[in-house]
Design a binder for this molecule. Structure first.
Ligand SMILES: C[S@@+](CC[C@H](N)C(=O)[O-])C[C@H]1O[C@@H](n2cnc3c(N)ncnc32)[C@H](O)[C@@H]1O
Length: 173
């Protein structure tokens, strides 16, 4: 039987220019050509998955067929204000389930992931673990994210849909 080759997802960062550029994980990803970065909403590809911490639907393997994943790199202080403005673009807003951040700013905090952690979690859930490892490899704390979240990520990656993700999440919270 032919081995299926993992397809790489296209990663996009809508950058709101609200963070310290030296600490910004999105900027660093762009420097390494791991994601495309822009500051105009119009550049978000149509129909893209938008990783939105306030979305009603959780990301799940049912979203596997979408090619594009977008993150909004902004300050956590403005998240509640900015995401509703993007509803008019008809993107596929998806929240990530319970996972723990391992970046130096929010280490140990659930749900509050940096852009690179959010992308890596999404890639893992959608079945491309190699791309998740590749983007995290540019951060010296990156591998810790997959180590600490290995069990839930494995379970989420085997879920059928958003409802199953929510059920699995409740076992970890
Ligand atoms: C708020 S920004 C903060 C970026 C940070 N300054 C950095 O250097 O990476 C993080 C973005 O990652 C995505 N994200 C983080 N946690 C998430 C979650 N629990 N569910 C969905 N998306 C999430 C969202 O697009 C969010 O806007």
């Amino acid at each position: 039987m032919k081995k299926q080759i993992d397809k790489d997802y296209h990663l996009h960062i809508f950058h709101a220019k609200q963070c310290d550029p030296k600490k910004c994980t999105g900027k660093k990803m762009a420097r390494f050509d791991l994601a495309r970065i822009f500051d105009k909403v119009q550049k978000i590809p149509r129909g893209s998955i938008l990783l939105d911490p306030m979305a009603k639907q959780a990301l799940s393997p049912a979203d596997k067929n979408e090619q594009n994943i977008t993150v909004l790199d902004c300050s956590w202080e403005t998240v509640e204000e900015v995401f509703p403005h993007l509803m008019r673009l008809h993107l596929q807003h998806r929240a990530l389930p319970y996972l723990v951040a391992t970046n130096p700013v929010n280490f140990g905090r659930p749900f509050k992931l940096t852009s690179v952690e959010a992308f890596a979690a999404a890639l893992y859930i959608l079945g491309n673990k190699k791309q998740a490892e590749r983007i995290l490899s540019k951060f010296n704390w990156g591998h810790v994210f997959l180590d600490m979240n290995k069990e839930p990520l494995e379970d989420y990656s085997k879920a059928k849909d958003s409802n199953e993700i929510i059920k699995i999440q409740s076992e970890y919270m």
